[in-house]
Design a protein around this ligand. Sequence first.
Ligand SMILES: Nc1ncnc2c1ncn2[C@@H]1O[C@H](COP(=O)(O)OP(=O)(O)O)[C@@H](O)[C@H]1O
Ligand SMILES: [Mg+2]
Length: 254
Amino acid sequence: MPTLQMTDVTKSYRTDLVETRALDRISLTVEDGEFVAVSGPSGSGKTTFLNVTGLLDGFESGTYLLDGKDVSRLTDREQSRIRNEKIGFVFQSFNLIPDLDVFDNVDVPLRYRGLPAADRRRRIESAITRVGLAARLHHLPSQLSGGQQQRVAIARALAGEPRLILADEPTGNLDSSTAHEIMSLLHEVNDSGTTIVMVTHDPGSAAHAARQLHILDGRLIDLREEMPSIQPRSISPAATRAAEGAASRIPAAG
Ligand SMILES: Nc1ncnc2c1ncn2[C@@H]1O[C@H](COP(=O)(O)OP(=O)(O)O)[C@@H](O)[C@H]1O
Ligand SMILES: [Mg+2]
């Protein structure tokens, strides 16, 4: 069963002066275990797409099945429960709570779910170890670098053991070498089976994903489908890694 399946999802924003069709008949299937990057220029609809995908925002027409379940007709309460159990979020600005330490930040969504303390502790320590911050359990976000803060945000997403991680410009506030480290971490997470959908305006980050889609004026373009003779049907993680290795031997500009 695909992790997510959207058909003709459309969403507009209306203000007094203009109506913007932020998502225009988006149709997309993401299979379990895929790593998909959606890239597009500023204002093309990336954040709207991710917010709809993450049940943070509604849409007007079309259908959306998450893990086989039609999520459009659920109450807010049911949506937040599904969001909390199935989806982990990673944002450009990390979205950590400044006066909570690393451990407590990762604990926030687990508390919200009402998990028992021992289970929470196990999940938190394991997630923080996975992102390489076991020595920083009681640091505050302000005592960490940007890359470390994003690792905490990834640990917070992982601790929920989500089926799907949604990332909105996860490297947008990071320098290029830290961005590369964060993308490698997302690769590892994906290799262990978690589906990832990432939106970005940065072609360098998008290049890390096995499947790349583009969004322009709210319309989704899959180059793989538009140019089947040119684009390979899929790129194996090993092939992607090999390409990355080659790329990393070329000195980065800037
Ligand atoms: N809350 C809102 N009210 C009105 N228009 C909005 C709102 N959010 C986004 N938009 C418009 O929808 C379009 C897509 O925005 P967004 O999804 O944020 O794009 P991106 O993340 O690709 O930069 C833009 O034209 C933007 O101005
Ligand atoms: Mg955006």
